[in-house]
Design a protein around this ligand. Structure first.
Ligand code: ADP
Length: 368
């Protein structure tokens, strides 16, 4: 009987539980044993009761739950060969040779590295006397498939990551709540949303709430952004708008790469010599990650989880490690490292201050 393990890793995102539920049940449906690895790579490295067999009813009610019920962690040990060797030992000890990982680009990079190293890890286990060659024979190939769980929608090659629409919904709800006060007192609010290298949340929240001005890392404003912002807001005020909302991604920067902070924007809007608006800052923080998964993320988690189980059963040694994506509403398998490398290119383009490249790589329709 094939044994498939599922784990969540890196930052949590709504929909991860839906992934675990779909993978566990699809694995059982196809006649396999399903396992969960608790606490991300930490569970893989430490083994023991952090690797548990799951039954159909163990994931009942998990579809809508936020966060990840099997835990996640940042695991230093997995960056080391010795940690990955311990992980290999644990997998073989549990009879597992197929792993599905739901996480961000860091977790997926770790997964690809682990798979590439697998033959040499097995050799080391044999040399160390952990297992005999005969015992290791059934585990010669490790199949790994990745799923992207992230609230930032920051992986290239997929239209949406699992969790990003839940986070977007939460950001929009939060801004709706703030707007009541903004309107009542005719105030301005500077709202900081998550996204260090990726402005998707800020940009889409801005579109979805009709914000006055948006700052994202991929496309810094022109050098005269201060005047530009004040002019836009003054214009909106003249049209009779009583509330002002400016949205900043965490990674908002100017053209020189200097951070634009919510305080800078507030001071500008509040300046009595300028607009003189009563301005407050709201940093949404971890509220954006929490809560139940929206319908889209439940759907994505389920369809991609099902596809991941199929892919991990079909993966053959010479195929690249797959990541499951969604492109134009179709669930697709793509080479994992191509997606990860394209993602890294965006961050590098931002660091080089090559904004045209950063925006082109983001392939969003909202580039202007
Ligand atoms: P995310 O998956 O959300 O991008 P991280 O970048 O923190 O989050 O990665 C999560 C975990 O994945 C790390 O704590 C580490 O255990 C593992 N990992 C990340 N990058 C690598 C790598 N290059 N080699 C081995 N393991 C890695």
């Amino acid at each position: 009987k094939k044994k498939i393990a599922i784990m969540t890793s890196g930052g949590d995102s709504p929909g991860m539980n839906g992934v675990v539920r779909a993978c566990v049940r699809m694995a059982i449906h196809l006649g396999c044993d399903a396992y969960c690895i608790y606490e991300g790579y930490e569970g893989l490295v430490r083994g023991g009761d952090l690797i548990r067999k799951m039954e159909w009813q163990d994931v009942r009610g998990w579809l809508s739950e936020g966060g990840t019920l099997i835990g996640t962690a940042r695991c230093k040990a997995f960056f080391e060969r010795s940690g990955r060797l311990a992980a290999a030992r644990n997998l073989v000890a549990h009879g597992i040779d197929a792993v599905i990982i739901c996480g961000g680009d860091g977790s997926l990079t770790g997964a690809d590295r682990f798979r590439a190293e697998w033959p040499s890890l097995l050799k080391e286990l044999e040399q160390n006397g952990d297992f005999t060659a005969a015992q290791l024979e059934p585990y010669r190939h490790l199949n790994i498939v990745g799923l992207v769980g992230s609230i930032d929608n920051d992986l290239s090659g997929t239209d949406a990551t699992i969790g990003c629409y839940s986070a977007l919904a939460r950001v929009c709800q939060s801004i709706d709540l703030i707007e009541a006060t903004a309107y009542s007192h005719s105030r301005a609010f500077v709202v900081e949303v998550m996204g260090r290298h990726c402005g998707w949340l800020a940009l889409m929240a801005g579109v979805a709430t009709g914000a006055d001005f948006i700052f994202i890392p991929e496309k810094p404003r022109a050098d005269n952004w201060r005047e530009e912002m004040c002019n836009v807001i003054e214009h909106h005020r003249k049209l009779g708008k009583r509330k002002t909302i400016v949205i900043l991604a965490e990674g908002a920067i100017d053209r020189e790469g200097n951070k634009i902070t919510p305080e800078m924007v507030r001071d500008l809007l509040a300046d009595p010599k300028g607009l003189g608006l009563d301005t407050r800052i709201t940093t949404l923080g971890h509220v954006q990650r929490g809560g139940t998964a929206v319908a889209y993320d439940r759907m994505l988690a389920t369809l991609q989880g099902v596809e991941a189980v199929k892919a991990v059963l079909e993966a053959i040694p010479d195929t690249p490690t797959w990541v499951i994506t969604i492109n134009e509403n179709k669930i697709v398998r793509k080479p994992l490292m191509e997606a990860v490398q394209a993602t890294k290119k965006v961050a590098q383009a931002i660091e080089r201050q090559d904004w045209d490249e950063a925006m082109a790589l983001r392939d969003t329709e909202f580039s202007e």
